[in-house]
Design a protein around this ligand. Structure first.
Ligand SMILES: Nc1ncnc2c1ncn2[C@@H]1O[C@H](COP(=O)(O)OP(=O)(O)OP(=O)(O)O)[C@@H](O)[C@H]1O
Length: 363
């Protein structure tokens, strides 16, 4: 069975031209990310069959449309979650959920009780939608989408209309959907914070086109893409807890090519964690710094350098010395690059001033 999603959709909407092609593994969160008006919603609606665009949509072994056929929206096994939860106002939470329940089972889909427990909505079950907070309404909307036994969830900025507190409350549920329920999700956002927490695959869009797609870490570490050219440029690496030291309060997290150390609450060995390394927090040294308060000092190789304006350079690095390590970025002054005699292919030491740990549900 094919484990990929292939999208190749073309069309015009008013004056807007869409020409969107990407392929991605059919697992985890595939984030469609790009500025407002670049065509994200149009693509998602095209995948659902809500917008009739020409081209191909294949979800694993199922073909939803191609040159010769078009499966109508109601026959596509998908759950759609909109920016604003669209619940039936006259029905209780329970009835909103049961209304959507599909007959039969598919092995990805959780049961009613599992959905209620997972989304922590048991205490809301007899309420009317207008008595719920925005975050609670959105959790019910996600529950409703899950109970239709979808093969995939399509989410259009599901938390962007919520306040920060509700957003932070709902993000762990979305991480849980991805990790605990193994439900593939195509997720639209224009917020890099959500991308960093949720995405496994990133599809970058601009002006109706896909400008790059691939794993989150590959796309973030590519100095030629627009993400790397922002002040917030960072790379998120997935790793596992190697050890936790309760005397120092420090956790060690293994990623390909190295082990990062960071202060943390206690964590169990083997837990999946994501590590965020901001380009601005990575400095380089040609010799191993012997005494430093910086916890993470690691060997790495310079892969490429790109000039950024006149005074700065962006350096792509590979962690470790076996050629198989994770890639990440460092932003330096051009002055430092020159004075240290740095060059592509050179082995250096990286000093990483701070790493952020992003909790992942699994493990
Ligand atoms: N039915 C339509 N008729 C005419 N123009 C449309 C239609 N649907 C979308 N558009 C236009 O297509 C462009 C892309 O819109 P779309 O909603 O897909 O972008 P988006 O990236 O999802 O934006 P946002 O992040 O602001 O929601 C916009 O210029 C929009 O005005």
């Amino acid at each position: 069975m094919s484990e990929t999603i292939s999208v190749d959709l073309k069309g015009t909407l008013g004056n807007f031209t869409l020409d969107c092609t990407f392929h991605a593994p059919l697992r985890g969160v595939i984030a469609l990310y790009g500025p407002s008006g670049c065509g994200k919603t149009s693509v998602l609606r095209g995948i659902a069959g809500l917008n009739r665009l020409s081209g191909k949509v294949e979800i694993g072994s199922e073909c939803w449309q191609n040159e010769t056929g078009f499966v109508p929206v109601y026959k596509r096994p998908l759950g759609y979650v909109f920016q604003e939860a669209s619940l039936f106002p006259h029905l209780s939470v329970r009835k909103n959920l049961t209304f959507a329940m599909a007959k039969g089972e598919n092995n990805l889909s959780p049961t009613f009780d599992e959905v209620v427990e997972f989304l922590n909505i048991a205490h809301l079950i007899d309420r009317a939608p207008h008595n719920l907070s925005g975050g609670e309404r959105q959790r019910v909307a996600i529950g409703r989408a899950l109970l239709s036994h979808p093969k995939i969830l399509l989410m259009d900025e599901p938390i962007s209309a919520l306040d920060k507190r509700s957003r932070d409350e709902i993000l762990p549920f979305l991480i849980g959907l991805r990790d605990r329920l193994s439900m593939p999700i195509i997720y639209i956002t224009h917020d890099i914070y959500e991308v960093e927490r949720l995405a496994d695959t990133l599809v970058l869009m601009d002006s109706g086109k896909v400008i790059a797609s691939g794993s989150l870490r590959e796309i973030e570490a590519n100095p030629d893409l627009p993400l790397a050219n922002t002040r917030e440029a960072a790379v998120n690496l997935d790793g596992y807890v190697k050890s936790y030291n309760e005397h120092t309060g420090l956790v060690e997290v293994d990623v390909p090519g190295g082990t990062f150390i960071a202060p943390s609450a206690p964590l169990v060995r083997g837990k999946k964690m994501r590590i965020r390394i901001a380009a601005n927090d990575v400095s380089l040294a040609v010799e191993k710094p012997l005494k430093s308060s910086i916890l993470n000092v690691m060997p790495a190789r310079i892969l490429t350098m790109r000039e950024q304006g006149y005074f700065e350079v962006l350096v792509k690095l590979e962690l470790g010395d076996n050629g198989k390590g994770a890639h990440f970025l460092s932003r330096l002054t051009r002055h430092s690059w020159q004075i240290l005699g740095l060059r592509e292919g050179m082995d250096v030491y990286t000093q990483i001033k701070g790493v952020a740990l992003i909790d992942q549900q699994e493990g």
